[in-house]
Design a protein around this ligand. Structure first.
Ligand SMILES: NC(=O)c1ccc[n+]([C@@H]2O[C@H](COP(=O)([O-])OP(=O)(O)OC[C@H]3O[C@@H](n4cnc5c(N)ncnc54)[C@H](OP(=O)(O)O)[C@@H]3O)[C@@H](O)[C@H]2O)c1
Length: 297
């Protein structure tokens, strides 16, 4: 029976660390970190995500500024908001909640966020720095959370392990693969055109799954004893009137085979916000020329 990797507990620990770093930033340097969260439209899931981000930022002592707009805001008007936040020296991090309404040019907006305030790590300067290993990128939050959770079970040294990343999106699969490469793993990226997908997954010491297909990866796809990090968040119907969240991994069958596995909910999900708050502190330190180690970062 696999060990459960508790993302909720790890996120609480990270948030407590963030809280201590905020206090140190204020006490030692008089810096009060601030995060701006921009939401356009009424998407119910986005509203929940934004509420949680703001709540947890405040719990960590990070000032949060919420900017909400009607769904009919256009690209130019949103760009003006972003430029205002870029120019505001009191704001350290800018997060634009995705997805944006279809009529807004999302790539243009992401490119318009100042790279040093891009706490989602989606700006091309940050993805380029991550890819090249040059400079200090703000790294995407969900992949950061995945690596931290793998280390929770396997320890800090992931060197030489075969990591299979199932999914190649820009927000999860690709950056995660690069981060694992930087940890000296041997990395295979699999996707919808991969031949013998089950066999590829079965070759993994660590299997990271981000496909957006409920319960797709079965226990028989997993090498006995492997570490499984399930990024998927899918709502499925249970009976006529209720629903529940499941991952991209078939948890019950995986539990029998894996050495360790993240649950859904309570695995990668909580880590995303914890890493967002950490990114805000990294950004605040960089913007004030503070060596993060001086405040425990
Ligand atoms: N925990 C969190 O905070 C968090 C954050 C972000 C996302 N998520 C969840 O993670 C999952 C993935 O998100 P995403 O944004 O990366 O999704 P995405 O952009 O839709 O990408 C899905 C990837 O999975 C691959 N794929 C789809 N069906 C496949 C199949 N049948 N066999 C093999 N590969 C397949 C796709 O391959 P192709 O490229 O070949 O099409 C694509 O690379 C979703 O459930 C999402 O809700 C969770």
């Amino acid at each position: 029976m696999a060990i459960l990797i508790d993302g909720k507990a790890t996120a609480v620990r990270l948030n407590q660390e963030s809280q201590r770093i905020v206090v140190a930033l204020k006490d030692k340097f008089g810096v009060a970190p601030a995060l701006a969260v921009v939401l356009v439209g009424q998407d119910p899931a986005s509203q929940v995500y934004v509420r949680n981000k703001i709540l947890q930022a405040e719990q960590a002592g990070i000032r949060s500024i919420e900017k909400r707009f009607d769904a009919n805001l256009d690209t130019d008007a949103l760009m003006e908001v972003i430029e205002g936040l870029n120019d505001d020296s009191a704001i350290n991090g800018i997060l634009v909640q995705l997805p944006l309404p279809a009529h807004i040019d999302a790539p243009k907006i992401i490119a318009g966020i100042a790279a040093h305030k891009d706490v989602d790590g989606f700006h091309i300067t940050n993805t380029g720095r991550l890819m090249s290993g040059e400079g200090r990128p703000l790294m995407p939050c969900t992949p950061q959370g995945c690596v931290i959770l793998a280390k929770e079970h396997l320890g800090n040294n992931l060197s030489g392990k075969h990591a299979v990343v199932l999914g190649r999106s820009n927000i999860v699969g690709k950056p995660l693969a690069i981060m694992l490469l930087q940890e000296h793993c041997t990395v295979t990226i699999a996707h919808s055109r991969t031949a013998d997908l089950e066999g590829v997954c079965r070759s993994a010491d660590m299997l990271f799954v981000a496909v957006g297909r409920p319960q797709m990866v079965k226990g028989s796809w997993i090498k006995p004893g492997a570490t499984v990090i399930d990024v998927g968040i899918n709502r499925i119907s249970v009976g006529e009137h209720s629903s529940r969240l499941v991952g991209d991994v078939d948890f019950d069958s995986a539990l029998e085979v894996a050495g360790a596995i993240t649950p859904v909910p309570g695995g990668v999900g909580p880590m995303t916000i914890a890493c967002l708050l950490r990114n805000t502190l990294v950004a605040a330190c960089d913007q004030h020329d503070i060596d993060g180690r001086e405040v425990g970062l």
